[in-house]
Design a protein around this ligand. Structure first.
Ligand code: 13P
Length: 234
């Protein structure tokens, strides 16, 4: 069983989610399928597909105009929430410390946080990939939990770029993440790979040791692109 999660980013409407759900209802899979959609579509889940949000406030409630709390996301019917996505780190200034607070809010409200870590191109070129990944996990993941969490390794330079690291680079990153989680008492936590996953590379990526699934951006928007990824590992 693999976890196949889509991240729609700021794309789609309720009509496109309905169309995706119609397509997904026809497939047979043992994989866990999650779609992380904009806040306006959070009530769309069913037995085949669980719905997630893409970000959450680090605060419980109150005077934070424009923010959406974990309680609200759970109340709308979602089960998951992405925290620390590269774009939230880049455009909203999320740090490992804020990502950890957001993950704690998610857990306190019964949501499964999908916690993203990964290096930028500058960090990669400076030889800091492994250090950034390890500190990302140690500082972003609530350690005092035995709860349900998912980690996503997303090399930030590869997102939306049609580029992927080599299989051995992915293996090295995922092995480090698995070891770090085990050191933190969180062994067995699923670790997804994300960045430029498509129908033609998904099965190979998910055959790499310690890759428990994928987090898919652009190729999750249309059922013709997303379904082949889900069924590539039946
Ligand atoms: P792409 O699959 O479009 O590269 O996006 C990856 C991503 O950011 C998923 O969260």
């Amino acid at each position: 069983m693999k976890i196949i999660a889509g991240n729609w980013k700021m794309n789609g409407t309720r009509d496109s989610l309905d169309a995706m759900m119609c397509g997904l209802e026809k497939i047979e899979t043992n994989n866990r399928v999650i779609l992380c959609v904009p806040f306006t579509m959070l009530n769309g889940g069913n037995d085949v597909v669980a719905i997630g949000a893409q970000d959450v406030s680090a605060h419980t409630h109150g005077a934070f105009t424009g923010e959406v709390s974990a309680k609200m996301i759970a109340d709308a019917g979602a089960k998951y929430v992405i925290v620390g996505h590269s774009e939230c780190r880049q455009y909203h200034g999320d740090t490992n410390a804020t990502v950890r607070q957001k993950a704690e809010m998610a857990l306190a409200n019964g949501l499964v946080p999908i916690i993203c870590v990964g290096e930028t191109m500058d960090e990669k070129q400076a030889g800091k990939t492994m250090a950034v990944i390890e500190s990302g996990v140690r500082e972003s993941v609530p350690s005092d939990t035995d709860s349900n969490i998912i980690i996503a390794y997303e090399p930030r330079w590869a997102i939306g770029a049609g580029l992927t690291p080599t299989a051995s680079e992915i293996a090295e990153a995922h092995t480090l993440i698995a070891k770090t989680l085990s050191d933190m008492g969180l062994g067995g936590t699923p670790v997804l790979y994300g960045a430029s996953v498509k129908g033609n590379n998904a099965a190979d990526i998910m055959s790499i040791p310690n890759v428990d699934g994928v987090l898919v951006g652009g190729a999750s928007l249309k059922s013709d692109d997303f379904i082949p990824i889900i069924t590539s590992v039946n």
